[in-house]
Write a protein that binds this ligand. Structure first.
Ligand code: ATP
Ligand code: MG
Length: 493
């Protein structure tokens, strides 16, 4: 029974093409026969599919290609057992369910997917009824998180078209045409057409081991080409983050951008002004913490997208000093190296680095007329720099605090006398701040060997450390002590 059910979509789209969009009588006749053809629970799903078909787009010239295992080469054993369990469970309940998105794409490219997304015709509420440990999340785009052991699988319901009554009720667009909410459900075909790039719209069915391709994704994958689905300008307008995703996948996958996919980006980068800072922060993490930060930074600058994420850094790359420009690229390259060698990376470090040149330029500009020390100046200027950055990408407090600490510690590395150097080693942010000193030197800033000094100091034994501190004391120019004014004696009343 299940296998018969599984082939419904193709059978059905063939039927709908055959009868055209206006002749529904044929379908109604088919509905009438359903009770005899399928047992009760499956029947409910069938009726749902038929209803969706009535509200779907006029059938376009989209064709479905089925690629057998012998041609695509994905082995079921390469897929997370939990993802397979979720798909199997949904299919058992009479729903359609497939693996889709980055998981399928990366398996086809011979990589190791970081996660597996599942697409189904079950509504979020139906998914939560099938799995005990499932939770609906998201408002803009409802998805279900299904917990299996320690793994969380993302299950999304097939998206539908926005035209027609149902679309109006469940999709909300801003006056600029940006999709604010998209909870219109549809079928497999409409779901494929609403995805971003053809290589992200390949569906793998573990039970038949076939790949279903509605958008020419396999052809693009073989050509290592990123093609946006549908009209590029309209798709970017509807969700400008797709422009950032285009650049991200271009560098992550080392793909070419198809001509029509690439063409509108530069002129429409300002669509990103409409995206809330919190969403852009999430995108920044994906852009810069996935192992290709250096080339991605270059790409974002090249396509005029960087000013919408890091306006200060974009300005530095346009008109800043060479050393500051190098610092930005070195920060990105260091992050990539750390990821490649499985070291921990934190958004605080990349943010501290990307804002540092602007911070330095502003400190320079204000130094002459500022009455106070460098620490105070840094504090004042950093407030402004952070405030401006928050207009573009939100930065959660848990990252702002370490960023500020990394910056503040830069001014303390030079003060090494007495117990100061030892205290510095104990500071929770020492490691990141020390890496930052090395980064500054790597970009060509002359810090008089400070990086090398701290490299030796932290690894030296106690005697050597004491000797090093004493050496810096004698080498340092004597600081003039400010004489305290003697406290006034209280006057007798
Ligand atoms: P990654 O390897 O970074 O996870 P991914 O392609 O899986 O890449 P996700 O952000 O996990 O990216 O999204 C999963 C899938 O959802 C995508 O492959 C794509 O089909 C679809 N998708 C995600 N974001 C969008 C979007 N803004 N517009 C249209 N489809 C999208
Ligand atoms: Mg993914």
């Amino acid at each position: 029974m299940l296998s018969r059910f599984r082939f419904w979509p193709t059978h059905f789209s063939a039927t709908s093409k055959h009868i055209g969009n206006t002749d529904h009588s044929c379908l109604l006749a088919l509905c009438a026969k359903l009770p005899n053809l399928y047992p009760a629970p499956t029947n409910a799903c069938m009726l749902k599919k038929i209803k969706r078909l009535f509200s779907a787009d006029p059938v376009s010239a989209v064709t479905l290609e089925r690629i057998p295992a012998s041609e695509h080469g994905i082995r079921t054993r390469e897929i997370s057992g939990n993802a397979l369990k979720v798909i199997d469970e949904l299919q058992r309940e009479g729903f359609e369910a497939y693996l889709v998105g980055g998981g399928v794409r990366d398996l086809l490219l011979g990589g190791h997917p970081k996660d597996f997304d599942i697409a189904t015709d079950a509504t979020p509420e139906e998914v939560t009824r099938v799995f005990r440990r499932a939770r609906i999340i998201g408002r803009r785009f409802k998805i279900v998180h299904v917990r299996m052991g320690r793994e969380v699988l993302e299950v999304t319901t097939f998206r539908g078209t926005h035209e027609g009554g149902a679309g109006k009720r469940h999709a909300v667009q801003s006056d600029k045409g940006i999709l604010l909410r998209d909870n219109v459900y549809g079928d497999l075909q409409s779901d494929a057409l609403r995805r971003d790039f053809s290589v992200n719209a390949l569906y793998y069915d573990p039970s038949s081991e076939e790949i279903l391709d509605y958008t020419g994704g396999m052809r693009d994958l073989k050509a290592r080409r990123l093609s946006i689905i549908g009209d590029p300008e309209a798709r970017y307008k509807e969700d400008p983050v797709r422009m950032l995703r285009a650049i991200r996948f271009r560098h992550k996958l080392n793909f070419e951008l198809a001509e029509e996919t690439e063409a509108p980006i530069r002129n429409h980068a300002n669509y990103l002004l409409e995206i809330p800072p919190a969403r852009l922060f999430e995108e920044v993490l994906k852009l810069f913490l996935s192992g290709q930060a250096e080339s991605t930074l270059r790409g974002l600058h090249e396509y005029h997208l960087l000013p919408h994420l890091f306006p200060g850094a974009a300005e530095i790359l346009d008109t800043g000093s060479e050393q500051h420009q190098r610092l930005l690229y070195c920060a990105a390259a260091n992050t990539d190296e750390r990821i490649a060698s499985n070291k921990r990376v934190t958004p605080a470090f990349i943010y501290a680095a990307f804002l540092w040149p602007t911070l330095q330029e502003q400190m320079e500009a204000h130094r002459a007329d500022f009455r106070g020390g460098d620490q105070e100046l840094l504090m004042n200027v950093s407030n402004g720099v952070l405030l401006a950055q928050q207009q573009k990408t939100a930065i959660p407090k848990r990252f702002q605090i370490p960023m500020r600490e990394i910056w503040n510690l830069q001014l303390r590395f030079d003060r090494r006398d007495g117990k100061r150097a030892f205290a510095m080693l104990e500071h929770p942010r020492f490691r990141a701040a020390y890496d930052f000193i090395l980064l500054r030197e790597q970009s060509g800033e002359d810090l008089k060997g400070l990086g090398a000094w701290w490299t030796e100091f932290q690894h030296a034994d106690r005697d050597r450390q004491i000797a090093m501190v004493n050496d810096t004391k004698s080498a340092a120019p004597k600081r003039r002590r400010r004489r305290r004014r003697p406290a006034r004696k209280p006057q007798p009343e």
